[in-house]
Design a protein around this ligand. Sequence first.
Ligand SMILES: *Cc1c(COP(=O)(O)O)cnc(C)c1O
Length: 466
Amino acid sequence: MPLHSKDAIVDDPVSDVYASTDLSLVMPKYRMPEQEHDPRHAYSVVHDELMLDGNSRQNLATFCQTWLDPEIHRLMDECVDKNMVDKDEYPQTAEIEARCVHMLADLWNSPAAANTLGCSTTGSSEAAMLGGLAMKWRWRKRMHEAGKPADKPNMICGPVQICWHKFARYFDVELREIPLEGDRLIMNAEEVIKRCDENTIGVVPTLGVTFTCQYEPVKAVNDALEQLQRETGLDIPIHVDGASGAFLAPFCAPELEWDFRLPRVKSINTSGHKFGLAPLGVGWVVWRDAEELPEELIFDVNYLGGNMPTFALNFSRPGGQIVAQYYNFLRLGKEGYRKIHTACYDTARFLADEIGKMGPFKVLFDGDMKAGIPALSWTIKEGFDTHGYSLFDLADRLRSRGWQVPAYSMPANRQDLVIQRILVRHGVSRDLGALLIEDMKRCLEHFGKHPITSPLTSEEATGFHH
Ligand SMILES: *Cc1c(COP(=O)(O)O)cnc(C)c1O
């Protein structure tokens, strides 16, 4: 086969990928190449470059799924062409989405699961925007009806995930984030009530705070808001950010009242791709009944054939994740979810116990399934002399073995408190946990022999996500 002639760089299809002429060059990085490449070769280049990403299974920072059934891989492949927005072309995928919404409404104890409204989203962030918008629209209507100005909406929350900061900024709502105080690292009812007024569109407790992994007290907030209405007439709804917890509490803490059992809870969001065990790219938002979702927010689309109501920030969106979510519901049932999550909680408690025994650390959350998500968080004991290292140094050192165990400082008013956190997800086994503990001990030994004279600080320790 003639090679090396300028206009015919064609490799022999039987030749080894890495011995090909195609791959004897460094690929251009920021300009599109002039010529085509053999798909096998292009694939190898891309595939190999992806090796430089971290190993997702060792990423103990993320809440998102990093292990998926082989059947899910197959369904994802089969659904690669399915566009969620095109309910006329893919009516069965749309039906599957609707079934998932009903199953979730039922799981969250909706008094009228048949009358609930909800939809899939790309994740909890989009779901939070939709939940927040519905609250803002309902509040504005109430204000207009009362003949009052509706130009200064506010929302009350604890230490929320960044999506609520985005919601507040993008949609012009004042965020009244309750500052942390001493050992109180989440909201409480008293602090919520202090901030309520007639411009409050709603309160957003988080079921599984991203910083410490704890559940915020939804029932106490519900009861306090009921009392507030009796005393002042203020009628303030709750939207629960159940990104993690809404897929955990129903299975592992069924007595905990945080959902539609509480009358103030009007809507709930969750991430299918976190403890819903679906692949990346699906979230859910559900309203307790149709009245809670203002009609003005729903658009009718007619040009795809049929007349389709939609409420979403996106238009075209992949359907595979939703199909995989439905597969999980059928495959696992409540029993399967309970077993998987319980195993994760057990591993979290095992890790919390081991880390507590190491000496330098005070465990802040130990994976108690009634109080939070399968995760743990800790800080360095007050007054403990580490001979220099900070939790940022520990995180940095663990990275050399591929582990991502993020360290970060807390939000206001506890920015002084630096903590470290491990998420235990499906696929983080007890055995893997034990290997991590061994590596942590080795890190501490290393710091003992090679004391850190200039510890890493929050500003320098970048690259961790929460
Ligand atoms: C992860 C998370 C979000 C954002 O969810 P995505 O699915 O990543 O968009 C929002 N709130 C909480 C509490 C979270 O843990």
